[in-house]
Design a protein around this ligand. Sequence first.
Ligand code: 5U1
Length: 675
Amino acid sequence: MLNIPEAVHQRYQRLKSELNHHNHAYYVLDDPSIPDSEYDRLMRELQDIEQQYSELRTPDSPSQRVGGVALDSFSQVKHEVPMLSLDNAFSDQEMSDFDRRIKDRINLESSQHLAYACEPKLDGVAVSLIYEQGLLMRGATRGDGSVGEDITANVRTIKSIPLRLRGDDFPELLEVRGEIYMPREGFNEFNTKARETGDKPFVNPRNAAAGSLRQLDSKITATRPLEMCAYSVGQYQGSQKPDSHFAMLRMLGTLGFKINQHIKQVEGIDACEDYYQQLASLRDQLDYDIDGIVYKVNDFKLQERLGFVAKAPRWAIARKFPAQEEMTRLLDVEFQVGRTGAVTPVARLEPVFVGGVTVGNATLHNADEINRLGVCVGDTVIVRRAGDVIPQIVKAVLEKRPQGAQPIIFPERCPVCQSSVKRTEGEAVARCTGGLFCGAQTKEAIKHYASRKAMDIDGLGDKLVDALVDHDLIYSVADLYELKLEKLINLERMAQKSAENLLNSIEASKQTTLPKFLFSLGIREVGEATAQTLANNFGTLDTVIAATAEQLLEVEDVGPIVARHIVDFFRNPDNLSIVEALRKSGVQWKDIDQTAQALPLKGQTWVLTGTLETMSRAEAKDRLQQFGAKVAGSVSAKTHAVVAGPSAGSKLNKAQALDIQVLTEQSLIDFLDNL
Ligand code: 5U1
């Protein structure tokens, strides 16, 4: 270090500590403290210094999370304090038995309440992390509880694991235990990409976490969206240990670990049951998989008195939730045709209770997925249902294949209109080529046209659209405006009053806006936001219709694929005649004034967060968009302003950290009224 200027040395230390601070805010607290661009700038400065003065680089540098050289194998490591497993409980009765057993052992009256720590049981991979003098020295899997594998290089790439403990008040030797998991969003993104590129998707987030940690090349692990949540300690030397589980978790939080947000300390077994019910109803909304609740006697002295049986502590138990994966039989596969002609194989299953609901159908995605799974009709399959994602078949159980199981043949002709089914080179999806000649595509196009965010035709639900098309009362969206009361009331279950209401809603839908009309046409890849941008940029429908791909590409957010879909849509004479018929029926909107005066918020991105009390969120969004603003779902350095209502959370925090102006709902209303 002799020839390193003092100023460089100091700047380097400062950068390391600043980057560690921002890393902690972003990955552990989910509360970013600076824009990504600023973080990248600090990181580049740190890397430049390390490049020039490599002696400065230490293993705890924030730059050292990208993975290193690949290993030949993982070495084995011994756990000085065994990593225990947990006994399971599957009913309230088993939970009361657990509570009673503990009370009997410590001679507590049955009427007295024990203090329990309750925490969600994350479905991932258990890990042990050893810190010596505050520095991460070793990461290991649980293995058989006594001997695991050394995965230090891989755990170092996980940003929510501190490479150095925060602060300076920590034991000389600390072993932190917890769960490494892949959040659902990262898992779904990974699998969607894998299916598109023909790679093998993971069966579930737990396999995804395990598979990512099993990589001998830590550079691969570094690309996987893994997180770690701490839940206990093993070895602990050199300072006074906290006296309860809850106090220990608080300490781990202070030292820089992510601690689950839903942990709670309760008194007595009834409160444990209430907690179980609360978490069961939250389960689908969490952004990670949990398979139950872990209850631990909170007091460490009591834990010590209770001890262990075999490999499980007497003082803890896991109350399991209904499984998110179950076995059932694949009875049949049907092929559904969507609005854009996409032909999707849908599995018909013997109904099975999974993830808290009874499931009878699951998606098989596409032909590649069927081939990859090698599944046949008649097979026993594993079905997964987690969160609000549609149930999936993740595996065929080949050992249980019955005689006569039938291979699934992807149709070459559309099951609805018999047009040929084609797959574009490089796309996983196969599509019916029938366009609006195809009854299925027609129905889906009409359902989309009538939907709330499009033309908002109240009373025109999916079943009614099916009936109108099946009874040859309509063939396209334009026919909606020709419907007559006499025909409608002949439909099954259509009373005079409902028919009148429907006709009134159809009539009301004639007064619309250009963005809504553009969205309602169902052009591929043109969602609400793109429709709004097109309307703001072109002002009238005729200019959108006449736009060339090059002109469309000049519009922000319109890429070559979207531009091609728009051009193709308006070059199709059938689509143009439907648009014309709609205009003739009286569907109308105000063209958008293109002057800067009319679009004073053009180029600005706004974010709405929290509860709005006067306007609905959709109304606020509409009004902002009418003035040319883009309304986004997340805050970034590019955000112009954030409108925050009561109960605003992390988006508001981020806006404040980034120094972005924040408006109340009332100040937004005043602002818009004065534009
Ligand atoms: N949340 C949580 N998961 N989990 C798993 N806590 C927890 N504790 C465990 C395990 C195996 O074991 C301790 C009781 C030692």
